[in-house]
Design a protein. Structure first.
Length: 202
């Protein structure tokens, strides 16, 4: 029964957002790959979009306990593998989940500028990531008021963490006062769910 509910939930969500994905914009930041303008399942660059179970193409369904699912143990990078990669499975056309090297390049080679404003009483915030050529993307924060001190986000990465049940992931955090902030690669338990920002080869 859980498997039926899981497949039905994924089908409904997929049909809701698949119409617009063919027009997804690839942004050239002057890096080795192009980056998507917004997250999978988002309608604009400042929405977090859909959350996926780590290392799978499965959309997170809060009605099903993740610990009851049979999850893969990745021994190799799954970027571009449609059996596991949400970007490849749902968007096709060369889209895939970023690797450790591609996230690391984005961190090291771009200028990260924090943005924050209110819209209809809601806080909108995150990083505008400006590439060496001046083009930019936005990586929105969806964890707001974390420990009552700041805002942050995490994103999927396709690279295994030392051949274990973990994967790498990208995360950032910024305190409200802007004193302490970080953006780096983390160890990501596949039981955790994160949104996906896709890349595409040039």
């Amino acid at each position: 029964m859980q498997e039926i509910m899981k497949k039905l939930f994924s089908l409904i969500i997929t049909l809701c957002f698949m119409q617009g994905v063919s027009a997804q914009e690839a942004v050239d930041l002057g890096l080795s790959v192009d980056w998507a303008a917004y997250n999978i399942g988002a309608n604009n660059p400042e929405e977090c979009g859909l959350f996926f179970i780590g290392g799978t193409k499965d959309i997170y369904n809060p009605q099903i306990k993740i610990k009851h699912l049979v999850l893969p143990k990745h021994t190799a990078d799954y970027s571009g593998n449609p059996d596991y990669d949400a970007a490849t499975a749902y968007w096709g056309d060369g889209w895939r989940t970023p690797t450790y090297a591609e996230w690391s390049e984005l961190i090291a080679s771009c200028n990260w500028v924090w943005y924050e404003y209110e819209s209809d009483g809601n806080l909108i915030c995150g990083y505008q990531v400006i590439g060496p050529n001046g083009n930019s993307i936005k990586l929105p924060a969806y964890i707001k008021g974390f420990l009552s001190s700041g805002h942050g986000a995490g994103y999927q990465c396709s690279t295994p963490f030392h051949n274990s049940k973990y994967l790498y992931g990208f995360a950032y955090f910024k305190e409200k006062k802007g004193i302490n902030k970080y953006k780096h690669m983390i160890k990501h338990d596949i039981l955790h769910t994160l949104p996906t920002r896709a890349v595409r080869d040039k």
